[in-house]
Structures are given as structure tokens and as C-alpha cells.
Design a protein around this ligand. Sequence first.
Ligand code: C5P
Length: 399
Amino acid sequence: MQTLQDKNIVIGITGGIAAYKIPELVRRLKDQGANVRVVMTDGAKAFITPLTLQAVSGYAVSDSLLDTEAELAMGHIELAKWADLVLVAPATANTLAKFAHGLAADLLSTIILATNAPIVVIPAMNQQMWHAQATQDNIAILQNRQVSIWGPAQGEQACGDLGYGRMIEVAEIVERTCQLYQTKSLTDQHWVITAGPTREAIDPVRYISNHSSGKMGFAIAEAAQQAGASVTLISGPVNLPTPPGVERIDIESAEQLHQQALKSAPKATVFIACAAVADYRVEQVAPHKIKKTNDNEQMQLNLVKNPDIVADVAQLTNKPFTVGFAAETQDVEQYALAKLKRKNLDLIAANDVAQQGQGFNSDNNALTVFSREKQFDIPLANKQIVAQQLVKLISEQLD
Ligand code: C5P
């Protein structure tokens, strides 16, 4: 399979002399299986024609925010959503400034604001402009927002100067783009993933549960299956279709999840605990529906602790590579690392559920993944992309 098979890449071209190299970049990315759509700024069109880019990409170039016809064909928000990756090359100092300060001044800067795909900017400019404090401050802002900055390279510049400011070579851009998606094949590996909420019965009609949608765990199961693993997904009650090729076991309570997990985990290469397991269950489940009575203004439920499933898996003698999740609202790093050690995990993926637009029930997520020695950031994106990055990260840690 080609590395970029079916990946949707938006390439934003801005007004630098290196723009003349972008048709070659488009062709090389397409060779790897990517679908490429090109967005050009007015400055870019001074260096290279939209017709050239249309010919190599196979799609009309998008260049205006206010073009009614173009908006009808694929509007700017649609294009921003279509993208699995946005590459901006060459990125001028002016473009970096617009991105850093959140301007929606033209089609490209608007797409940058509207996308939740990973963004890579590939700067190219005069070396003095690159070293200017304003540019460096803008770069720092973008890096802080998890935008990747590739280059610039050092060498001779079109203006005759020598120094940092050349766009990195097309071959390097293609190589680095492929690396973003190169997941080692997981054939011969068995991954077990828990997902969704648990339901702890109170009586035959009532239960205690939580808002977990299961989306993150299902996306991880799909990504691991696509990377070649055989996957068992142990799921609480959720409203999601089973990803193709994935074995799904449905459970309701934490105790059922515990039982299934301990059955599957000893044969697994990787165990990922994504389920939002209820910490406590009702001690005595009533055999019949509990009636409300006129004399009782209050009722008491006695709760007992549920088994910690991921911690028990991590105690197995033939323990799989064990990954936990930590949904925190504060002091994310501190709590996540403490949990990693206490539960004897190999990795813990922490998400800050206090942040709007990510985590529980959302389509998007951002993770900080901790091992005992290292920290890895997976920037805010839709859960499918985050899952692919997480699967790649785990597969790299297995060696
Ligand atoms: O302790 P806490 O619930 O914050 O830990 C979260 C991690 O532990 C998640 O990976 C979750 O799936 C797992 N967990 C578990 N069994 C429990 C509670 C949490 O496997 N009873």
C-alpha cells in the first residue's frame, strides 16, 4: 500500500520564489496515493500559475474566499474539513504572521483557522527576515499551538544572501509527510481495546453510568485494524457501528468488562484501556424495581469499589504492552504520571477534559502521552487522526 493512500492533503502556496517547486511536490505526494487540493494566495500567483497546479493536482485551484462559484463547488469550511493534513509551502513571513495572529484575511488563513487537521508550515524567505524577532516570535506562537515547522534550510538564496531561509527540498517534504503516516505493519499482533462507559445496575431498570461515547476507543480499534493488527474491542453500551474487521465483545458492567479483559489480555501484544469504567458499583442490586414510598424522603445506595481492570492486566505474568487513559481537569501531567506508576502502565494518554471541544463525547481530542521517561504530544484533531497517531506512537514503543 502507498504510504499516503487516500490521505487528503491541502497544499497552501504563498508568494515566494520556491513556489515554482510545488508542482513537483504535488506530483510526488500523489505518487504516494494522496489526494491533493491546492490553495493559492495572490502572492503565489505572481510566481506560478493556477493552471499548472490544476493540471498536476487534477482539481481546480482554490484562491478566493469570496468566489461564489468556488464556494458552491467546495467551500472554505468544507475544504478545511476535507483535509487530513494542511501543508503550507513555501510559507512567507507575512503568512506566518497571519497564522500566528489568527487573521482570516484570505482563503488560506481562513482554512488554517477552520481546520482541525494537523498543520505543517514550510518557511521560505530572506535570511534576515527569518531571523527578525517578529518572525521568530510568530514561529514560537505557532509551535506552541502544535503547528509543525519544517526548515528552513541553509544555503544560497534567490536574493544572493547566504543563510537560513531556503525552503527544504521537495524530496525531504515528501519523506517527512510519509513519516507522519508510516505505521509499522502490525500484522501478527493482537490488540485488545476497551471502550465506552460501563453501566452499574441499581435494579432491573436503573443504572449508574457516565457520558463516555466510545468514539476514541472505536477510532483506536479502527486504526490498529487498518495497520494490520487483529483487534478485539470490548465495549460498553454505545451507539457506534463496529469498525470493519474488528471483533467486538459487548459488556455492560465493570465486572463483565474485567472478566472479558482478563480473558483476552494474556494473548494480546497491546492492551489499551480507553473505557470509562465506573469506579463503584451498587453492593446489592435489587431483584425488583425499587418503589418510591411516601415516608422516605431519602434513599441510600451502598457502593463498593470496582476492580481496576487496567491495573489487573498490568499485573499479569505475560503482561501485554499496557496503555491507560487519564481524563483530568487539572494538573494533568502530575496525575497522569502518578497513575502510570500506580497502575504499572507502559504508557498513559492524558487528555484535559476541562478544555472545550475535546475529550468526552466530542469528535475531537488532543493527547499528551507519557512513558516513564518521555512525553509525546498529539495535537488537537478529529479522533480518527488522533487514533492513527496514537497507534503509530505505540507501535514505535514496542521495539
Ligand atoms: O483511575 P482512573 O479511572 O482515572 O484511570 C483511568 C484509566 O484506568 C483508564 O485507562 C481506564 O480505562 C482504566 N480503568 C480501568 N478500570 C477501572 C477504572 C479505570 O481499567 N476500574
